[in-house]
Design a protein around this ligand. Sequence first.
Ligand SMILES: NS(=O)(=O)c1ccc(C(=O)NCc2cc(F)ccc2F)cc1
Ligand SMILES: [Zn+2]
Length: 255
Amino acid sequence: SHDWNVLFPLTSHASSPLSIPGGTRQSPINIQWRDSVYDPFLKPLKISYDPSTCLHIWNNGYSFLVEFDDSTDKSIIMGGPLENQYRLKQFHFHWGAINEWGSEHTVDSKFYPAELHLVHWNAVVYPTFEEAVMEGNGLAVIGVFLKLGKHHEGLQTLVDALPAIKHKFDVFDPSCLIPSCPDYWTYAGSLTTPPLTESVTWIIKKKPIEVDENQVSFAFRMLLFTSDGEEEKRMVDNFRPLQPLMDRTVRSSFQ
Ligand SMILES: NS(=O)(=O)c1ccc(C(=O)NCc2cc(F)ccc2F)cc1
Ligand SMILES: [Zn+2]
């Protein structure tokens, strides 16, 4: 596993520096609902994923992620605050050791137990993901909060695959993890793990999805930061501390 704590000893949570020198658009942030500005020109987000582009699920040492075949425009998002269409590359989660915290973004300083990130890149303008990661309009990440409630069927498919972790999927449609309510906040931000590049248009859904206690606690908290043979370290609290808003406005697609 990547031991960023060696490189960034200051971090208390996910292995990434508390702040990045010269950073003006770092993520995550607290979304103060009453300070967000309704933008009537924001379009609805259009999401079209092809479940057959799903490749595999794996533990990359800071989360578990489900990767997609991003060699074509089969799974894309467009509209919303975006100028181009963006290709789905992977999704992953951030969570806490207990249900009191775990999300990266907060709403009115409230943490959710977990947060889903669906990572997309601007393949219209940039030839590779690696190049898009370095550009201000290179990435678009949809953030979805998870709150405790009823069982989530779609998530269970993932949870069932976790023990095997090096798991080949045949099909998985991640739109089942995105709430149908179209409302979202959007702001210019960054990756929340190294290299923390300021290349992300964040689209944070207003409505959380509901998952049950077991799905969050069992599933996410049985994963390990460590690899085979190393002294076990449970993979928990893999979220970065909140970053200063600085000279940014969070826009909302709803009134
Ligand atoms: N939590 S988040 O949604 O903000 C986030 C999304 C993607 C990545 C990522 O792809 N990292 C690996 C990576 C980074 C690069 F800069 C270049 C390649 C690469 F694979 C990191 C954080
Ligand atoms: Zn993330």
